[in-house]
Design a protein around this ligand. Structure first.
Ligand code: PEP
Length: 254
């Protein structure tokens, strides 16, 4: 049985005051959800220490929005998985489409981030997904297979025993266009089938989150799908009542 996970991705948002208010407001929801669902927030690196102080001792977990492929050295501006672990991070998002696009991160480079995160005690949350053009051309699984294969080649299929996958159709991120539950379920099930062609046991156990304009209204039907194990949530994770409603949807479907 896969435990649902609801994860916020704050992106480049937040102030000291808003982070304090948001995390404080979420502690109760995360604690209540914890027997049935895990809850996490992935924050900009400068806020991670603050999140650690606020969330320590609660069921709320936290993580980074990215990490480097090195643990230390002359890599100005980067964040090492070792440092992120020291600040209590459980997760590191890798391969978000905004980083693949704006920072030109290839699937091979994302796989190196995944590897470095995992080797240093973080759970990588590997984002995969297609553009609108690729969706229209029916290339969704071609894109996703390539993104997954880069990780399988570098880290092996068993590495997914300690990783999370997030299916995020790029055309749905921040656009208000959520994939229908049927479309999302089909892709999640295709992802699981692809992983099962390497290892059926790993495929049946890995958590696959849906991301892309997931909100309080769309979450219940999405989370009711058999292969959707929760959500990676951008915009709606910045407002405690909205994010709490999404957490409740995950609990209801656990
Ligand atoms: C995201 O970028 O991970 C995301 C899911 O964003 P949004 O929920 O705002 O579409």
């Amino acid at each position: 049985m896969r435990k649902p996970l609801v994860m916020g991705n704050w992106k480049l948002n937040g102030t000291k005051d808003s982070v304090k208010a948001l995390v404080t407001a979420l502690l109760d929801s995360a604690n209540k959800a914890s027997p049935k669902a895990d809850v996490a927030v992935c924050a900009p690196a400068v806020f991670i220490g603050m999140v650690e102080n606020l969330a320590q001792g609660s069921s709320l977990k936290w993580g980074s929005e990215d990490c480097d492929i090195h643990t230390q050295g002359a890599y100005t501006g980067e964040n090492s998985p070792v440092m992120l672990r020291e600040f209590g991070c459980t997760y590191a998002i890798v391969g978000h489409s905004e980083r693949r696009d704006y920072h030109k991160e290839s699937s091979e480079y994302v796989a190196q981030k995944y590897k470095c995160a995992q080797e240093n005690g973080l759970i990588p949350v590997l984002c995969v997904g297609e553009s609108e053009k690729e969706f229209d051309e029916g290339k969704t699984m071609d894109v996703i297979r390539e993104e997954l294969k880069a990780v399988i080649d570098l880290c092996g299929i068993k590495s997914f025993e300690k990783a999370v996958i997030a299916y995020e159709p790029i055309w749905a991120i921040g656009t208000g266009k959520t994939a229908t539950p049927e479309i999302a379920q089909k892709v999640h099930s295709d992802i699981r089938a692809y992983l099962a062609s390497f290892d059926a046991d790993v495929a049946s156990k890995v958590q696959i989150l849906y991301g892309g304009s997931c909100n309080a209204k769309t979450a219940p039907a999405l989370f009711a799908q058999p292969d959707i194990d929760g959500g990676l949530v951008g915009g709606a994770s910045l407002k405690a009542p909205d994010f709490s409603a999404i957490i409740e949807a995950a609990v209801a479907n656990a």
